[in-house]
Unconditional design. Structure first.
Lengths: 242, 179
């Protein structure tokens, strides 16, 4: 590879225009001549510094803010897992207590009135009671979380990659927590323009942890009126490429 | 948050401020795709935060951070699904393999940028404008050509010459300054 050709290939790397055959050509050249590796590395490094200097969204403060957010999310995920585990255990304990009461009641009825008709009626009543209790009490399978926070764009405001996806930022007792939204775009659409500024919201949904990050599947989104938010006008709404 | 955690967080933020620019340049030089440089660099700092206790305070912190970055990139190369954060596998592999001992690697990011600004200031106006708009507005060659009423080939050629001249200028000045 001549010097001119190598320079041309480097430019195509810098402009992200390299084709597959060019990749193979350049990789072979880098393996054959280590000095070329140094040259390519220098090019990549200096133009990265130049990009940082010219792009306000890549400033030191923006980068630090993104690090803070990711650190908070990192720490929050551990606390979140502990809180969810405690809640599931509490719900399970409540469920087993109810079953125990019903079992004792059934035994008492069978012991006192051995008539099949009475036992049948009692069983029917117990079944109705179980159904009512199922829907009336919190249950792990139905757990819906309500979060008061603000919707933010992971690219524009959190500076995490270049993909514009929504997240809910919550300021809790343990500091800032981030819930990455995995939802129907129609629901997300109701959040408004989260690239412009954080949007105060109350969101309802099922939370979980995926790949070490808090996630929320939204079922409802409403403006946080306590935080002075108003519903977004139709022309302010933004669709995101999920 | 207790005072030990607060102190650790404060130290972490100071380290991020001091090293972020050079580390991002290093991550890019290891073969990270430009759109994923910040993401990978943030991961480096998070790993460093978790492992602060293992860092020997008498050692070179920048070198320790660069070591973490290199390990992250090597891990990335091993994980097929996550290679999209890097340039093509064979290029990133070649770049991440060897330790860089050039004058760039021994100079702070602030100093490189200072020298770079000096070199860019000596360029002809059109070359300066191309560099500004290419990076400040993230314009590709075709878009730059339309904006400046030039052909795409002319823009590519001017960018090629300009970048090569700036890199040579920086390398020369840094080499001169080294003992």
């Amino acid at each position: 590879v001549t010097d001119a050709r190598f320079e041309e290939l480097v430019q195509r790397v810098l402009d992200d225009e390299l084709t597959e055959p060019e990749v193979a050509e350049l990789a072979a050249e880098l393996r054959a001549r280590p000095a070329r590796q140094v040259e390519l590395r220098e090019h990549l490094a200096v133009w990265e510094l130049w990009s940082q200097q010219l792009s306000p969204e890549r400033s030191a403060e923006a980068f630090l803010a993104a690090c803070r957010t990711r650190l908070a999310a990192d720490r929050g995920s551990v606390e979140f897992v502990n809180a969810v585990t405690a809640r599931v255990q509490r719900d399970q304990a409540a469920g087993s207590w109810l079953l125990d009461v019903l079992r004792r009641a059934r035994q008492a009825v069978v012991d006192r009135w051995r008539s099949p008709a009475v036992v049948g009626w009692t069983a029917a009543c117990a079944a109705v009671a179980v159904v009512v209790l199922w829907f009336a009490t919190p249950h792990p399978l139905q757990a819906t979380t309500v979060l008061h926070g603000e919707a933010v764009c992971t690219a524009c405001l959190l500076h995490q990659g270049h993909e514009h996806t929504p997240a809910i930022r919550v300021h809790g007792r343990h500091g800032e927590e981030i819930f990455y939204v995995v939802s129907d775009p129609v629901v997300v659409h109701r959040m408004g323009n989260i690239c412009r500024a954080p949007v105060p919201l109350v969101v309802h949904g099922a939370t979980g942890v995926r790949d070490g990050r808090n996630v929320i599947t939204l079922s409802a989104v409403e403006p946080d009126r306590a935080a002075g938010a108003t519903p977004p006008a139709p022309d302010q709404r933004t669709l995101f490429p999920f | 948050m207790n005072s030990a955690s607060s102190a650790k967080l404060l130290r972490f933020e100071t380290i991020v401020r001091e090293h972020q620019s050079g580390l991002r340049a290093y991550v890019r030089a290891l073969g990270a795709h430009d759109a994923w440089v910040d993401d990978l660099a943030q991961e480096v700092f998070l790993v460093a935060y978790r492992r602060f206790e293992h860092f020997d305070s008498s050692a070179d912190l920048g070198r320790w951070l660069r070591g973490i970055a290199r390990n992250l990139v090597m891990n990335e190369l091993r994980k097929h699904a996550r290679r999209s954060r890097l340039l093509h596998e064979s290029l990133a592999g070649a770049l991440a393999e060897a330790e860089d001992t050039s004058p760039f690697a021994r100079t702070t990011a602030a100093r490189v940028l200072q020298v770079m600004n000096d070199c860019v200031s000596q360029l002809p106006p059109l070359s300066r404008e191309l560099l500004q708009r290419r990076y400040a507005e993230s314009l590709a060659a075709a878009a730059l050509a339309r904006a400046l009423n030039l052909s795409a080939a002319a823009v590519r050629q001017t960018l090629l010459r300009t970048r090569a001249a700036v890199r040579r200028c920086i390398a020369g000045k840094l080499q001169e300054a080294l003992p």
